[in-house]
Design a protein around this ligand. Sequence first.
Ligand code: HEM
Length: 438
Amino acid sequence: MTIPLKSIPGENGLPVFGHVFRFIKNCNHLFDEMHEKYGSVYYNNFLSTKAIHLLSPDGNEFVLLDRDKNFSSRKAWNKSLEKLFPNGLMLRDGDEHRYHRRLMGAPFKAHALESYVESMNPDITSTMAGWGLQKDFHFYPAIKDLTLSLASKIFIGETLSNEAGKVNTAFVDVVDASMVVVRYPMFGNKYQKGLEGRAFLEQYFGSRVEGKQQSSDTDMFAEISRAQSDDGQGFSKQDIIDHIIFLMMAAHDTTTSSLSSVCFALAKNLEWQDKIRAEINAHGSDTLNYSQMPDFDAAGLVLKEALRLYPPLPTIPRAAIKDCEFEGYEIKKGEQVFVSPYFTHRMADIWSEPNKFDPERFNKERAEDKNHKHAWIPFGGGAHKCLGIKFAELQVKLILFHLLKNYQIDVEPGYEMPYSPAPIGKPSDLLPLKLTAI
Ligand code: HEM
């Protein structure tokens, strides 16, 4: 006898908007309330779309590993990103995705990462020198500018020339447009600016592909332009354009978000600044190279903990491409399913004192993240697991190295960073951290 599947419990919330405002205002409260009412499988509504949430690590595994090929990443992400980042790696599925992902490996190999680290050192030092002198310093815009100018150099091989300035503006417009609620171009609104930015970037990269293919440049654009499979096939020109524009987006706001939460946490927990600084002093040099990164153990623990508390992607979407079931609940073809790094990262049965900043929970002895293979998922998992994990870690460690070597980071007593979760987690103020030269 087959046991009938259960319908997923939940609620719609407001007409049309559903729970979208509640999610943006305080995703923590919303998750907790829904979890208490309905358990770890429930539905709600976001902008007239039914959203099924699986909150447990088993749910993460079911969706992200997707052993039965129930889900599409493309169909889910296309809803918000199709016009701005069409055919980026995350917006592809199945064999096509696997093929493209393999070809995109080149810019993430050790020798490439080594050269990025080397070229980032001087730019970070010179940009940061001015930070301590600014009267009205705010950390979020400062770090966003820094990661963007590093991205121009590492991703497309441009320094801050006029042309790179235009690329940056177009790129910022495209990313901003991916964050808006009204996805309809009109009267020069953000979405329209984003589409214009996309058109500019297409033309900019398109006119440079051949040159990059023939160059010996070491930036990511050049590496992707020259990438070849074992049988000598490379990407088409359009693929190259789509991949490089997507890569810049995937890297930029996520790293900015991570550095913001890392530095906020360090301002509140001065003993961790001391621990990282002790490693910097033991290193005894003004620059840091790729092979020295593993020595920065404390910075690695702090990054992991900041990504646990403030994951840049608080939820990860998929679209069901066939009827399927999870723990006896029925999921129908076409429905949107979300897993939630944010909620899983604060589950009391996985993490001790989950709301406390405690990087040592990731040390070898405690290893709380090993309580379940899918308990800590800031980078996702399965076929679409982030391709830039290593790069992100190197960049965060390098920036911390220069920042803590030169400054003490403080914050007004009682300040708590307001976290805005959508579409990429970030402080909803400008993050007023204070830097004092040491
Ligand atoms: C701390 C920083 C970062 C975080 C938290 C992060 C998070 C994520 C997550 C959660 C996914 C999976 C999305 C899904 O399954 O739908 C993803 C995918 C991806 N990320 Fe990252 N990311 C970060 C930095 C970067 C950087 C620096 C790069 C590139 C240099 C990058 C490139 C990518 C790419 C290409 C994908 C798509 C992979 C695929 O679909 O096969 N990410 N990232």
